[in-house]
Design a protein around this ligand. Structure first.
Ligand code: NAP
Length: 284
């Protein structure tokens, strides 16, 4: 079997076209969706992520702004900036680019963003609502993964989904969202015994490990859908996923490439959350 490649760029493009139309309708009703990204310091990876987000905002018509702060900024000053943005009626979404310098508490920063503007979906209120199944801002990467699986036309109901990774930003939330889609979900991590034995049972395998090419053919059941979340730069400078793509492409039914799989969806879901937030501003 040769797997179909799930083209994240294509799926993202379709959603972004819909969002562009939604933004036009929102603007017609007097509201311009606005996202503010706060960037502390000048970590090159963060700079690049922020550039990508700002460019994507422009493409769908979202007004965006980057607030740059020195790496030496105090936590208090950063929190004050977030408080000001919380109060600003023109701001629909606030995103503080992580990671932050060691002297600033990520928890304090996330807790300070008002849940109504928490377009990253990291605030405990957003997470709690997601767990309960209330409508809320869903975290972008996990939500993007669900959209990618659905783009294959697969009904997730009743499937055995195995998630490798239990981080707060990918593993745990994607497991919850799969559960809400009526999958039977198993979560694996670095202490899981007999990993391959478990992952070989998966109809849907999500690898969110953050280590290059750990998952090979011994881990995958023929015909499984494989979503590779990992983004790892190897010695040659090449970006690779957590999976051995070349091996799995002969076994899986569908597989995401790295890059060009999950990555484009993460930003798209951020745009979607910002548009949803602006739409709720009209309702207020
Ligand atoms: P993380 O916080 O480092 O979590 C990694 C998880 O993998 C942990 O739960 C860890 O288990 C588990 N793990 C590590 N080694 C393992 C092994 N050998 N076998 C089984 N489980 C193992 O990473 P993350 O933030 O979730 O990100 C995961 C990857 O996704 C990274 O490569 C990151 O760059 C990428 N990512 C991509 C996007 C995107 O938009 N494309 C977005 C977010 C993240 P323990 O909990 O036991 O330590």
């Amino acid at each position: 079997m040769t797997a179909m490649i799930i083209d994240g760029k294509e799926v993202a493009k379709t959603i972004r076209e819909r969002l562009t139309q939604e933004v036009k309708m929102i603007i017609d009703r007097g509201v311009t969706p606005g996202l503010v990204v706060v960037l502390v310091g000048n970590n090159p990876a963060s700079e690049s992520y922020v550039r990508g987000k700002i460019k994507a905002c422009g493409e769908v018509g979202i007004r965006s702004e980057v607030i740059r702060m020195e790496a030496t900024v105090s936590e208090a000053e950063l929190l004050q900036t977030i408080e000001r943005l919380n109060q600003d009626p023109e701001v629909d979404g606030i995103l503080v680019q992580l990671p932050l310098p060691a002297h600033i508490s990520e928890k304090a920063v996330i807790d300070t963003i008002h849940p109504d503007k928490d377009v990253d979906g990291f605030h405990p209120v957003s997470v709690g609502n997601m767990v309960i199944g209330n409508e809320t801002f869903l975290p972008c990467t996990p939500h993007g993964i669900i959209e990618l699986i659905k783009s294959t036309g697969t009904d997730i109901t009743g499937k055995h989904a195995v998630v490798i990774g239990r981080s707060n930003i990918v593993g745990k939330p994607v497991a919850l969202l799969l559960l809400q889609e009526n999958a039977t979900v198993t979560i694996c991590h670095s202490r899981t015994a007999s990993l391959a034995e478990i992952t070989r049972q998966a109809d849907i395998l999500v690898a969110a490990i953050g280590k290059p090419q750990v998952i090979g053919k011994e881990h995958v059941k023929p015909g499984a859908i494989v979503i590779d979340v990992g983004v790892n730069r190897i010695e040659t400078g090449k970006l690779v996923g957590d999976c051995k793509f070349d091996e799995l492409v002969d076994i899986a039914s569908y597989i995401t490439p790295v890059p060009g799989g999950v990555g484009p969806m993460t930003i798209t879901m951020l745009l979607q959350n910002t548009v949803r937030s602006a739409a709720s501003r009209i309702a207020r």
